[in-house]
Design a protein around this ligand. Structure first.
Ligand SMILES: [Zn+2]
Ligand SMILES: [Zn+2]
Length: 418
């Protein structure tokens, strides 16, 4: 590739920089053009400062080893307590409905009120974790894959996965579904295919790490609390019809609209406040879980593999785009093979650039994960560990063969949606 040899000098500091026309040209000395398409972020500066402080303090605590024990910190306890309180709403509504039916007379009147209360209870009821429509692979279909999954789960100390969902997205995830909280591992083909065997172990160990810390269960609780708040916000906000009426000036302020507007304003404010508090609490405990899952990943796959796996996740977007390209414009190369090549040929310099971008913009704490640069830094500050679970190249290929049929089906679905 002759393009890789071109050199130019940085317009800001004059440093000699290499140009590779396939990637962004940037300066490693002064970060010139490190992010050519910065996100438009309208978050007020004070909020960014608060969030930055939160990220920094959490990182320092972990770096100093102040948090040894995975599990429940104050933020997690508070987030769960708040969620339980919010979920008392449907429970209270349910009990009220029953009490009305049993104790209150005349019956026709209590029945109307009870119906109202029971409707509220039904609408806001907690729901079991669900799996979207996915191609599932079960134990008997992929013995090699499940042997690895089981080995990783045992090493982590988590329950084994009951099924694997194969998807066309560029991620790997862990979910617990149903009232029995059955663990499901999601394998997104574009990301998965670009991982070398030990990076696969690292990512799986990270995901099972979430199962071990009980993140998934508190995630369920908090998720349900969020949907109660979301429902309330929808109920008590101005409908588009109200807005249109006001804009046209056609609305005369009757007692009814004034009342509903007041209720909307007060309930809406309380709901928004609760959402903000819950988000903030969840953020801290969620980010902490990510760091702890990373640590687990380093212990099980070896710290180098854990670091490399994190760097691979920075290429998730690239791998997804490569998949779409391969499906749109088929060549003699199989689509997943094209994806694998596209991500493995990304030069180290480009990965470094993305790391720096994550450093600059990744501190936004409303993202579910801490900045990748910090996650890698934290893994590196700890003494290097060797792997507990080793996946051989042959085993890794055997897994790809086991997934082949399902993968083909998934790719057909992705292509059909294009
Ligand atoms: Zn420069
Ligand atoms: Zn995670």
């Amino acid at each position: 590739m002759q393009s890789a040899d071109e050199i130019t000098s940085c317009p800001d500091c004059g440093h000699q920089i290499r140009v590779d026309r396939r990637y962004v040209t940037w300066c490693e000395k002064c970060d010139w053009n490190v992010d050519p398409t910065p996100l438009l972020d309208l978050t007020p500066a004070w909020r960014l400062r608060v969030e930055q402080r939160l990220v920094d303090s959490l990182y320092r605590e972990l770096e100093q080893g102040a948090i040894h024990r995975p599990g429940w910190d104050a933020a997690r306890v508070a987030a769960n307590l708040l969620s339980v309180l919010i979920l008392l709403l449907p429970l209270t509504a349910f009990l009220t409905g029953i009490a009305l039916l049993v104790f209150y007379r005349p019956f026709w009147f209590s029945a109307i009120l009870a119906l109202l209360a029971l409707t509220v209870a039904f609408v806001f009821r907690p729901r079991a974790g669900q799996l979207d429509d996915h191609q599932l692979v079960h134990r008997d279909q992929a013995p090699v894959l499940f042997a690895v999954l089981d080995e990783v789960a045992t090493a982590v100390g988590a329950r084994p996965a009951v099924a694997v969902a194969v998807t066309g997205e560029a991620n790997v995830w862990y979910h617990q579904v149903g009232w029995r909280f059955n663990p499901i591992i999601g394998i997104g083909l574009p990301l998965w295919i670009g991982l070398n065997p030990q990076e696969r172990v690292a990512i799986l160990a990270h995901e099972f790490g979430h199962g071990r810390h009980g993140d998934a269960r508190s995630g369920w609780l908090i998720g349900n609390a969020h949907s109660v708040l979301e429902g309330l916000r929808e109920t008590f906000s101005e409908s588009p019809l109200d807005q249109a009426r006001r804009e046209w000036g056609a609305e005369e302020l009757s007692g009814g609209t004034l009342f509903s507007r007041m209720v909307n304003a007060t309930v809406g404010a309380v709901v928004r406040g609760l959402s903000a508090v819950l988000n903030r609490l969840e953020l801290r405990s969620g980010q902490r879980d990510e760091y702890l899952a990373d640590r687990r990943s380093g212990e099980i796959a070896g710290s180098e593999a854990a670091v490399h796996a994190l760097q691979r996740t920075l290429l998730a977007g690239t791998s997804y785009d490569a998949l779409l390209r391969a499906l749109r414009f088929p060549t003699e190369l199989a689509p997943l093979e094209a994806v694998r090549r596209a991500v493995t040929e990304v030069p180290a310099r480009e990965i470094e650039r993305r790391l720096r971008v994550s450093q600059v913009h990744g501190t936004r704490t409303d993202s579910t994960h801490p900045p990748t640069s910090l996650r890698i830094e934290l893994l590196r500050t700890r003494p290097a560990t060797s792997a507990q679970v080793v996946l051989g190249i042959d085993q890794s290929r055997a897994i790809d063969r086991e997934l082949e049929e399902t993968a083909a089906q998934v790719l057909r679905e992705v292509k059909a949606e294009l």
